[in-house]
Design a protein around this ligand. Structure first.
Ligand code: SF4
Ligand code: SF4
Length: 185
């Protein structure tokens, strides 16, 4: 595998799994929230990004499909199945974290929110994969690193899925989660 195209399908698959788990964890709270934290300028980042815009194209989406005021939001929430800016998963308001039962649940949720960011972190110098705007620059990215990060994110996802079913984390599980750095932002 040596092309950015090869990462599109596995990335989309992983993102959809992350999205499903985030919905399981938080849709009740976010669905009743009066302070929706989605913003059209964040939605636009998906169009400006060379990588994310390829994921949108796979869904038949372009700038013409995005609402000027509501971005990708519709009555059911975000309409993007994948290709969302990674901040859309990484942001947790205090209320959301406070509703989780303990520090372990908060840690696993935060790691879950960081998985998509982990894959593309510093993909081209200090630029994250999703921040690259010139499509030609996507071929300058270290594809082996992307696939390695994808494997790390996939392993962490399995740990999180198991944790959500069993409520337990082994030492080996914690080591896998520790590969995913949680942003201080
Ligand atoms: S993350 Fe917090 S502020 Fe944003 S929609 Fe959910 S509950 Fe509301
Ligand atoms: S989750 Fe979707 S609607 Fe919300 S800011 Fe992200 S891309 Fe936009």
């Amino acid at each position: 595998m040596n092309s950015i195209d090869d990462i599109l399908d596995p990335y989309a698959e992983l993102e959809q799994s992350v999205c499903r788990l985030m919905k399981e964890l938080f849709s009740d709270t976010c669905g009743l929230c009066t302070a929706c934290c989605c913003r059209a300028d964040i939605c636009e980042e998906a169009l400006q990004s060379a990588f994310l815009s390829q994921l949108l194209q796979r869904q038949g989406l372009s700038e013409a499909n995005m609402d000027d005021r509501y971005g990708w939001l519709d009555l059911h929430g975000c309409s993007l199945e994948y290709g969302r800016p990674t901040i859309c998963y990484a942001y947790f308001c205090d209320q959301l974290l406070a509703r989780l039962p303990d520090d372990e649940a908060r840690l696993t949720a935060q790691v879950l929110g960081q998985l998509m960011d982990h894959i593309g972190h510093n993909a081209l110098g200090s630029l994250a994969l999703g921040e690259i705007r010139n499509p030609d620059d996507l071929e300058k990215v270290d594809h082996n690193q992307l696939f390695q990060r994808m494997e790390e994110a996939g392993a962490a996802l399995v740990v999180i899925e198991n944790y959500l079913q069993t409520g337990r984390l082994s030492l080996a599980d914690r080591a896998i989660l520790a590969e995913i750095k949680i942003s201080e932002d």
